[in-house]
Write a protein that binds this ligand. Structure first.
Ligand code: AMP
Ligand code: ZN
Length: 112
């Protein structure tokens, strides 16, 4: 399967990893939109949020626990944003489930 995030998981494509365990990897976004911009992904290929179901959803909770840990390590004590873009209208460009952990600046709402 030609999936760039699967290739990051298996080491075929290099990444600046900030966290890794048995089920997830977190690495710096190549095109950061904030002083801290980390992508947290399941090692398992799940195409998008729309493919999350009762069988595979445990990793999503784990991703949020990892996000909180990374946010603390990065000193984001004033807050941060976690984003998931799902599907074409959601702005998803990489079809492997990922959560953007962004911080270090003020965000606005609603997001464009
Ligand atoms: P999305 O638009 O939500 O699908 O986000 C995809 C994100 O992946 C974008 O923010 C890209 O900058 C980022 N990205 C794409 N390729 C890489 C890569 N090889 N390493 C790190 N980040 C990447
Ligand atoms: Zn994948």
């Amino acid at each position: 399967m030609d999936c760039i995030f699967c290739k990051i998981v298996n080491g075929e494509i290099p990444s600046a990893k900030v966290y890794e365990d048995d089920t997830v990897v977190a690495f710096n976004d190549l095109s950061p939109q904030a002083p801290v911009h980390v992508l947290i992904i399941p090692k398992e290929h799940i195409a998008s949020c729309d493919e999350v179901n009762e069988e595979n959803c445990a990793v999503v909770g784990h991703i949020f626990a990892v996000a909180a840990k990374i946010a603390k390590e990065k000193g984001l004590s004033n807050g941060y944003r976690i984003v998931n873009n799902c599907g074409d209208e959601g702005g998803q460009t990489v079809k492997h489930l990922h959560f953007h952990l962004m911080g270090g600046r003020q965000f606005t709402w609603p997001a464009g």
